[in-house]
Design a protein around this ligand. Sequence first.
Ligand code: AGP
Length: 605
Amino acid sequence: MCGIVGFTGSENAAPIILGGLEKLEYRGYDSAGIAVLNEGKINITKVTGRIAVLNEKTENGALLPGTAAIGHTRWATHGAPTDTNAHPHKSNNGKFAVVHNGIIENYLELKSSLTEKGYYFESETDTEVVVHLLEMYYNGDIKKCVRKVASKLKGSYALGILCTDEPGKIFATKLSSPLIIGIGAGENYFASDVTALVNHTQNVIYLEDGEYAEISPYEIKTFDCTGAEIKKAPSRIDWDIQAAEKGGYEHFMLKEIMEQPRAVKSAITPRIKDEKIVLEDLNLDLSKVRNILITACGSAYYAGCAGKYTIEKLCRIPVQVELASELRYSDPIIDESTLLIVLSQSGETADTIAAMKECSKRGAKTLAIVNVVGSTIAKLADFILYTHAGPEIAVATTKGYTTQLTLLYLFAVYAANNLGKITQDEYKNLINELASIPKLLQNTIDMNSKIGNTAKRYFNTDSMFFIGRNTDYALALEGALKMKEISYIHAESYAAGELKHGTIALISEGTPVIALLCNEDITEKTMSNILEVKSRGARVLAVCFNDNKKITMLANDIISVPRFNSIFSPILEIVPLQLLAYYVAKLNGCDIDKPKNLAKSVTVE
Ligand code: AGP
């Protein structure tokens, strides 16, 4: 996903922009660039490849003097990753430069009209229409010009702008894509997310859709969608740069796996008070909810699949889980009795936002379970539960997934009690079990400190199967995705009972099968599936409770987790699967924190 950064102050801007772009690398990108305003001229350097190439080409910014600048990391959507297609883009008259995160959906019609008017385009990007529109509409009043251009754009954008008539100033406006302003001392910033700002300031302003900002070293002016100046209260980021660094780990992903006990504790502790579950902000009459619809993408969707079983088991309310990219176009049957639960680490996933808007339009109440404070999904929701996982930098989510699952478990127990579906003793026991998860997570990590050795028997393969039933099947979905997205092994998840309906044809000598057996009610059934695949030559790695002795006769390898209530056990089982994927990917020599083709948050359709 693209990232934008802007700076204006008294010192040279380029090194600060380059440092900010490095903090956005985790979002995934294929090219980068920087524009600096100096002595009435905009100088641009842009490259294909990593920020390191940009550092080299600009001698760490020394070749680009000037105190106001904008920068960009590009994840290509329109046009291949090339120097020309990289941002920033400059107007034909050299007066404007622009960086953009999002998609201008009507760029083709704008491009053809601008071309007819004599503007020439250098790139294949949608973004370049913005900089030519700025030139066309500019008559000396930059605010009027930016608002006029914004009125012509359809789609999503976070725009950063430089203008040679406005020395020392940077400009920003947004629609759907995130944009945050950083408040410094004698210097100010903007960025796509706080990670690029937090080593300069923890005081930020979240721009809302349609708002516009004029930023100079000592002043930040914000305007609403009508052009009227507004005062926006600053927020304080509740974590510091150390949280966004590797902390001595080789990869962010390993650090974030190890952080899960703390992250889950941060999600749980503030919500268990006097032996009760307190869900801030959820002032919703649950007795009026007839059905629950969970929507998300990727791992967040798989967290929903796991949470579904727990909510249904305890609340006896039907729960559907739908992929956001499907739900948004499925003409869903939704009304006021539907509670939509939206799961998202970033809070900026385009498909999830679109599905949420569609369901809200049809009357659903929306509960957002997100990690990034002030994100678009958080702002759109009727009710918000933050996961408090802290910054998640690795593209492959780990603590994002487990804290989402934690919130779903908290919600399930809270709702079951609220609806009178469980006794007070059951309520108390379930709360105690939830409160024990952080410690059990740490025990799970400690139990699996040798999983790197197990990985040596599973890395050198083209395919891998993850099988399970019920909650274990939901977990198999996430286990397979982790393996796919960082080790590039074609891993498939299957309901264990489905193998005999076709997939078992793919099992041959040595095929790795990861069998999940932590759902007590149906473990025996999955053990028969293990026998089925073993008899066709499969190599079976079983994930089971540490006191399951029967499995030792069946599986080639075993991963243990502490015995736990099956409705919550996926939160433990996923940890060794994250570690397995991590070590397999390492053995495969993959770029673990920034897997090929992937972005940390997919803010485009
Ligand atoms: C998971 O490891 C991936 N990074 C991806 O599937 C991710 O879960 C998905 O894109 C949803 O992102 P979100 O939670 O930020 O909405």
